[in-house]
Design a protein. Structure first.
Length: 713
């Protein structure tokens, strides 16, 4: 099989649906709570005398998983057992504690269950680092099985995961939702406008507006901007996929319209929701600039002016300004020098935003800027560059009297070390009275880089910086991983001769080699924490992440996983594994402190995986092609969690996350918590939902309150 044909099948399936399916229950259940010693082989990770260990093993497909043995200790309690197996296994029983026998290590090659966990020799996770259990040279099936086992089972033991429990405490109210705006009559069919009652004379209702992409709280109202059919736009524009397809949940038609815009693009919308009256108003009659705007990716408010801004199809930045009191449009402006914008932050009456430079021509040219608004309602589009960064400024937060920024990479060549511009955390100078000025632009420091954590240069090169927030004296931030972007980058490097993924040397990439590349380059979100960030010796910790990660092995011409220094991240996560235990959590999309807790919203693509696999692979044109995705699934097992975005809550600085929702915050077709805002009364969520053919598809604006909290009149 030629690798290009295999790559086409891989992308068309993986990026559309991609890597996993299974029963509800998922990867948050049945995880151990024991302490894990830093460093060494897996034999060094076995519980020590008196350690608190839960042996409710993940992986109900393994014999006897879930029955916890008793562990030595001084009368302490034994393991509590898992809350459910990763593949539908039963909860463990747990030990009774206080046993006098010493824990035994698995010997790995004697045919006996030495440690009493019902797993024998190399089937025992503790043997994963032993030479006797290593793959034979050239055994690709073994290498892929190792990668799958790492993601499905081993990592939870290695990282000592603390189970994430679902403990909702907020009431959910739907303030507004996208309505069907077209009648869909199949791929290539004519699109009609629905009747006033929402019915369609031909076809079925289709809801194109997908995300509350930008959201801000302005006095007594919520302002937000949208983007339509985002899933299709990402596939076509970001991953280069143009295979028109239809499922029961969504349709992507691709192509282009008469102006060269993607065929699935629809005009973005700007809305104002009045919190006092509960009324929703669309801002119509927008300037012609809206016709080249992909979507309104950001929103900010200061000095009585509301801004909504986003990227255009011509690599510029479109910005719209409104009078917050009257709702009137103040104007629109296109910034040719900038190409993207993600977040705004207000501090001491000053408004800041992070942008991407439109052109990076020289090695020392900045790739991103932090802007401060210096205009007013009469001249709203005046900004000053107060930060110059070597990567695209993405998300901003104020912490310890400074601005901190996570960034997106500005080069995708992981081997161009002399000009590597990967995702990082930047720190501004102290913010003086009146705010930062142009004189501060060159005085920012990059104090942390993602590539110092991830051992694989390819995965690190395409990782973006996620949301960040200051909470209880510490700064928290997360990572962003476009599904299968690292896989695409690795295959492009292979095609260009920079790496070799042809592990068996047959001149082509087979299903196992493609599956190994997909599993090895996969990443779920990691959550990091920083302390003493204004000092010369800041302290960084991985809150949720991995002790080991797969990386490209140039000797094997393959992605591999071993529990050794070459695959090590140099850190041991405080609370558990990446994705907060969920393989499919790909974006740390939003963070907001509210009512004494920190809330974290994710993008969970498990629904895309299930629907794509069930329906895309049934297409005749894909049935005859090799199926690396199925190869991956056969080895991963059923690890899909509850479908829908995850909303986590962090109640205290020392404890693990708990889940406010694992099912899309009231609608399982909401695959992401895209934006957040808050006031004294409520936490507001802008949801991402591109399921344009599903009755529950389309963006949602949610209000979350304490059940006993009543809005003051």
């Amino acid at each position: 099989m030629g690798w290009k044909r295999g790559w086409g099948g891989l992308v068309a399936a993986m990026a559309l649906g991609v890597a996993g399916c299974g029963d509800e229950g998922g990867s948050r259940d049945g995880k151990p709570q024991g302490e894990v010693s830093p460093g060494g082989e897996l034999s060094d990770l076995l519980p020590t005398d008196g350690a608190k260990v839960d042996k409710g093993e993940p992986g109900g497909h393994l014999p006897g998983a879930g029955d916890g043995p008793q562990w030595a200790g001084n009368g302490g309690s034994g393991g509590t057992g898992g809350t459910g197996g990763f593949a539908g296994g039963q909860a463990g029983n747990g030990g009774t504690g206080g046993s006098t026998r010493e824990p035994k290590a698995e010997v790995c090659d004697d045919g006996l269950d030495n440690d009493g966990n019902h797993l024998v020799d190399c089937d025992d996770w503790a043997c994963g680092g032993k030479a006797v259990c290593d793959c034979d040279p050239g055994d690709l099936a073994c290498e892929v099985a190792r990668l799958a086992r790492f993601w499905a089972v081993d990592r939870f033991f290695i990282n000592g995961d603390v189970p994430v429990t679902e403990q909702p405490k907020l009431a959910i109210d739907l303030l507004a939702k996208a309505e069907p705006d077209e009648c869909y009559d199949g791929l290539g069919g004519q699109s009609l406008v629905p009747e006033p009652d929402g019915s369609c004379p031909v076809g079925i209702p289709k809801t194109n507006q997908a995300y509350v992409w930008g959201l801000t709280h302005a006095t007594d109202a919520l302002w937000f901007g949208t983007v339509a059919n985002t899933h299709c736009l990402v596939l076509q524009g970001f991953l280069g996929i143009d295979f028109a397809h239809e499922t029961s949940y969504w349709a992507c038609e691709f192509g282009a319209d008469g102006l060269g815009r993607p065929g699935d693009w629809r005009r973005p919308e700007i809305w104002r929701y009045d919190l006092a009256t509960g009324t929703l108003e669309e801002k119509s009659g927008l300037p012609i600039l809206i016709e080249k705007t992909i979507g309104l990716r950001s929103a900010g408010f200061a000095g009585g002016v509301v801004f909504l801004a986003g990227p255009t199809f011509t690599d510029s930045l479109a910005m719209f300004a409104f009078d917050a009191a009257t709702g009137d449009l103040l104007g629109a402006h296109e910034f040719a020098e900038y190409s993207d914008i993600r977040t705004w932050v207000a501090h001491d009456g000053e408004l800041y935003a992070g942008v991407a430079a439109a052109d990076v021509l020289l090695p020392d040219d900045p790739a991103g800027f932090v802007l401060k608004w210096v205009g007013d309602a009469a001249n709203p589009f005046l900004f000053e560059e107060v930060g110059a960064l070597d990567t695209e400024a993405a998300n901003l937060a104020v912490h310890e009297g400074r601005l901190f920024v996570t960034t997106w990479p500005s080069t995708l060549n992981p081997f161009a070390s002399a000009n590597q511009r990967g995702m990082g955390l930047y720190r501004s100078p102290p913010i003086p009275a009146g705010g930062l000025t142009a004189g501060d632009a060159e005085n920012w420091d990059k104090i942390w880089e993602y590539r110092d954590y991830d051992p694989d240069p390819i995965a690190a090169a395409v990782t973006g910086g996620g949301a960040l927030a200051s909470f209880e004296g510490k700064l928290y931030w997360g990572s962003m991983h476009v599904p299968f972007l690292a896989t695409a980058a690795a295959l492009q490097l292979h095609e260009g001769g920079l790496i070799d993924l042809d592990a068996d040397g047959d001149g082509s990439l087979g299903a196992l080699e493609l599956a190994a590349t997909a599993l090895g380059s996969h990443r779920s979100i990691s959550i990091f924490r920083g302390e003493d960030l204004s000092t010369e010796n800041p302290v960084f910790k991985t809150v949720y992440g991995e002790k080991f990660l797969p990386t490209y092995d140039a000797e094997k011409d393959l992605y591999t996983i071993r529990y050794d220094a070459a695959h090590g991240t140099g850190s041991r996560p405080v609370h558990g594994s990446s994705g907060v235990g969920n393989f499919f959590n790909a974006y740390t999309w939003a963070m907001q402190e509210w009512n004494g807790s920190l809330y974290i919203g994710t993008f969970d693509w498990s629904q895309l995986a299930r629907v794509g696999l069930q329906e895309i692979f049934s297409l005749p044109e894909l049935q005859a092609q090799p199926n690396p995705t199925r190869e991956m699934l056969d080895r991963l097992g059923a690890i899909v969690p509850r479908e829908g975005a995850d909303l986590f809550r962090f109640d205290q600085k020392s404890g693990p996350f708990v889940a406010e929702s694992l099912r899309g915050v009231g609608n399982f077709t909401n695959y992401g918590v895209r934006t957040m805002a808050a006031d004294d009364h409520a936490l507001y969520l802008g949801m991402a939902n591109p399921m344009n053919l599903h009755p529950d598809g389309g963006w949602e604006l949610l209000e979350l309150t304490k059940p006993d909290k009543v809005k003051s009149e």
